[in-house]
Write a protein that binds this ligand. Sequence first.
Ligand SMILES: *[C@@H]1O[C@H](CO)[C@@H](O)[C@H](O)[C@H]1NC(C)=O
Ligand SMILES: *[C@@H]1O[C@H](CO)[C@@H](O)[C@H](O)[C@H]1NC(C)=O
Ligand SMILES: *[C@@H]1O[C@H](CO)[C@@H](O)[C@H](O)[C@H]1NC(C)=O
Ligand SMILES: *[C@@H]1O[C@H](CO)[C@@H](O)[C@H](O)[C@H]1NC(C)=O
Ligand SMILES: *[C@@H]1O[C@H](CO)[C@@H](O)[C@H](O)[C@H]1NC(C)=O
Ligand SMILES: *[C@@H]1O[C@H](CO)[C@@H](O)[C@H](O)[C@H]1NC(C)=O
Ligand SMILES: *[C@@H]1O[C@H](CO)[C@@H](O)[C@H](O)[C@H]1NC(C)=O
Ligand SMILES: *[C@@H]1O[C@H](CO)[C@@H](O)[C@H](O)[C@H]1NC(C)=O
Ligand SMILES: *[C@@H]1O[C@H](CO)[C@@H](O)[C@H](O)[C@H]1NC(C)=O
Ligand SMILES: *[C@@H]1O[C@H](CO)[C@@H](O)[C@H](O)[C@H]1NC(C)=O
Length: 396
Amino acid sequence: MCPSQVFRSILALCAVAAVEAAISPKVFIIDYYSDEQDAWLGIPEFNLLEQNITLPGLSMMYPDIHCTSDGSVCQLVAGEGEINAGLSTFALTLSPEFNLTQTYFLIAGDAGVNPEVATVGSVTFAQFAVQGALQYEIDAREKPENFSTGYIPQGATSVDQYPQYIYGTEVFQLNDALRQRAITFAKTATLNDTASAQAYRAQYTNVSDYAPALTAPAVIGCDTVTSDNWFSGALLADAFANFTRLVTNGSATYCSTQQEDNAVLEALLRGQLARRTDFSRVIHMRTASDFDRPPPGESVAENLFDNDGGYDAAIANLYVAGIKVVQGILDGWNDTFAAGITSQNFVGDIFGSLGGSPPFGPGSIFNDTGAPQVSEANVTTATTTTTTSDASGRLR
Ligand SMILES: *[C@@H]1O[C@H](CO)[C@@H](O)[C@H](O)[C@H]1NC(C)=O
Ligand SMILES: *[C@@H]1O[C@H](CO)[C@@H](O)[C@H](O)[C@H]1NC(C)=O
Ligand SMILES: *[C@@H]1O[C@H](CO)[C@@H](O)[C@H](O)[C@H]1NC(C)=O
Ligand SMILES: *[C@@H]1O[C@H](CO)[C@@H](O)[C@H](O)[C@H]1NC(C)=O
Ligand SMILES: *[C@@H]1O[C@H](CO)[C@@H](O)[C@H](O)[C@H]1NC(C)=O
Ligand SMILES: *[C@@H]1O[C@H](CO)[C@@H](O)[C@H](O)[C@H]1NC(C)=O
Ligand SMILES: *[C@@H]1O[C@H](CO)[C@@H](O)[C@H](O)[C@H]1NC(C)=O
Ligand SMILES: *[C@@H]1O[C@H](CO)[C@@H](O)[C@H](O)[C@H]1NC(C)=O
Ligand SMILES: *[C@@H]1O[C@H](CO)[C@@H](O)[C@H](O)[C@H]1NC(C)=O
Ligand SMILES: *[C@@H]1O[C@H](CO)[C@@H](O)[C@H](O)[C@H]1NC(C)=O
């Protein structure tokens, strides 16, 4: 703390010291719950438990950010579901304890997967994230007979009409040049596979569309759907696949499904408008733990209630593949990553908030110039010293 009744020159020194106290991570890993968190602990490369930083606004289950002692790598455990994940990430982006302007965010969670695109144990990197369940819903038993699903885009009167009510979080597009580098790094990993994952995927035989499910785990680029509703079955999955294609104007293919990421991406995007984050430095990685629909001969409920054959491999591969991405960024920091990876594609949301013209949706609501950022003069720099807690969670 800098006392208020001191000379102006000493105050200036205090301000400098406070700014330097902010941690400037090179990589921030975003996980959602304890198994995903633990995948990164007890590893040879670094120790994320060297600094525990308690932040106001994080999940009550995961109140601490974990960082290496030099602050180069940190981890947020955001909590599960869109509300928890969005609020925790937003609390991080606005925290004066961190300087995130050059930080790469590695979203690293497990996910359901479409057997028409990938298999359990695989590691997926998305360019597009779609908020799949942000739609009207009629119970399928009461839907118009000529509708293929009870989900209808908001403001539309048929399932294949583009949504008319746009909230802004429907679609995010990420920096593909960065994604390709992350894929190249991850491909140097030898992915984990388990006997239970092999037994689970072997059930998807005799359906030609499910051929990708029968392959060995791999690193692939494919897109993700966010839904608080943990859906299962080919009918709902196809409805969300159709919505993904519709809402991205044909650019995205539904592959992975999870319950958080459009919320996290909205928080990181608003962070850029607040001059705190760089949205072109976000990497979306999800490892496949279960199939979104049953194999032939099994009911949807059976697959939903008893589908953990791929779980251990998915959790292991968060670290096995993710560490290659983290190390690639750290090793290439001075030469490449400090300056950022220039994107060749539109990066941002359906509103065009970060500037440019989204290749999906009705067009930028900001005349392609982006939403106003907070004025540089309004950006608060670190004014507090870092608050840490011990293993019992006590502040010190
Ligand atoms: C934030 O971090 C970057 C990269 O480490 C650094 O260049 C910049 O000066 C830092 N800004 C502040 C306000 O600490
Ligand atoms: C369903 O039928 C109604 C008429 O009953 C028609 O207006 C509508 O366009 C049809 N929708 C689809 C998706 O075919
Ligand atoms: C990978 O899977 C094997 C089982 O095939 C398991 O014994 C091993 O511990 C796993 N590796 C990691 C890093 O979890
Ligand atoms: C796949 O087809 C073969 C040959 O018809 C059959 O023996 C096998 O039981 C089928 N497997 C499944 C899971 O349906
Ligand atoms: C998905 O779209 C295809 C092509 O329009 C259609 O045939 C199919 O019924 C749709 N599926 C669902 C579940 O809405
Ligand atoms: C990167 O640059 C920093 C600061 O100039 C320097 O201390 C560090 O050794 C460099 N790292 C590598 C791997 O060259
Ligand atoms: C996307 O598709 C909708 C519906 O067809 C259309 O109104 C919109 O102009 C398209 N957006 C772009 C960027 O092509
Ligand atoms: C929108 O962009 C066009 C073309 O760049 C420009 O002529 C026009 O003045 C802009 N309008 C606003 C309100 O910024
Ligand atoms: C934000 O900055 C502007 C100058 O760019 C200043 O006029 C305004 O008072 C500031 N607002 C706040 C809340 O600090
Ligand atoms: C951080 O918290 C973990 C428990 O979550 C504990 O094991 C570790 O010792 C703590 N680190 C420090 C530096 O207190």
